[in-house]
Write a protein that binds this ligand. Structure first.
Ligand SMILES: Cc1cc2nc3c(=O)[nH]c(=O)nc-3n(C[C@H](O)[C@H](O)[C@H](O)COP(=O)(O)O)c2cc1C
Length: 231
């Protein structure tokens, strides 16, 4: 039986990073994400692991869906409940880290930066595109809060449908975004692109830039500087 390198899992190895690293890592990060999505490498090819810092400097991490990766000026977008544990931790400390990993592509992206609430109009626009069941769920779930039973949650969903006057198959129902739900933009300050290679001689590079607060939703971004890293 052929020996499979556990690191690459026998999947085709992707191209190495360019010898001359690109000035900006975001177009390549976006290209990787688009490929993972187009090739349907996994059902949630846009899943991203979001690490936040909690009380006492304790980290916590969970999956969210990266709904957009904006190359210029360079941020990732995810949506969530604004009273959830992650949102509370971001309110207390907006420094976050993101990890995207596609095993079958042998690629990993790490982003470290600062999370800022998306403009309300952007969250409204995205919420309007969600299926009706997801909208009802967003109005119902006090995400991260305890509930006595699964049955109690289902009863709350029924109550929400009655209150909003909608049913699950009511695909044309107009349901506004709940105030407790919205998007975050994670502005990239450091980006690492990782390409898996045989025998763990992987190819890695890290880009860093400065972020200077500029307005309610963003930053003025400095130029990226890059370094190749040992695996
Ligand atoms: C593949 C996957 C995608 C998910 N996407 C989201 C998402 O986009 N937004 C979200 O709030 N939770 C999402 N979740 C659920 C979160 O991982 C988490 O359970 C939830 O947000 C509560 O996290 P918190 O208590 O740390 O705030 C996803 C879970 C998985 C496994």
């Amino acid at each position: 039986m052929a020996k499979i390198d556990a690191a690459t899992a026998g999947y085709p190895l992707p191209e190495l990073l360019p010898v001359e690293l690109p000035a900006d890592p975001m177009p390549m990060a976006k290209e990787w994400m688009d490929k993972a999505w187009a090739d349907y490498v996994q059902p949630n090819a846009n899943a991203v692991y979001l690490a936040t810092v909690g009380e006492g400097g304790c980290p916590s991490v969970r999956a969210v869906l990266c709904k957009d990766l904006i190359v210029d000026p360079g941020y990732a977008v995810f949506y969530t409940n604004l009273n959830s544990r992650k949102a509370q931790e971001i309110a207390a400390n907006p420094r976050v880290a993101l990890l995207l990993h596609w095993d079958t592509l042998n690629r990993q992206i790490r982003i470290e930066g600062t999370a800022v609430a998306s403009p309300a109009a952007e969250s409204d626009r995205y919420f309007a595109t969600r299926p009706v069941a997801s909208k009802i769920g967003a109005w119902t779930s006090e995400q991260s809060a305890p509930i006595e039973s699964r049955a109690a949650l289902m009863a709350n969903i029924t109550r929400t449908m009655l209150r909003l006057g909608v049913k699950l198959d009511d695909t044309d129902a107009e349901i506004a975004r709940p105030p407790s739900w919205g998007g975050f933009r994670v502005w990239a300050e450091h980006v690492e692109l990782w390409v898996g290679q045989e025998s763990r001689v992987h190819d890695r590079a890290r880009w860093s830039r400065s972020l200077t607060p500029d307005g309610e939703h963003g930053f003025a971004c400095g130029d990226w500087a890059s370094t190749r890293l040992q695996p």
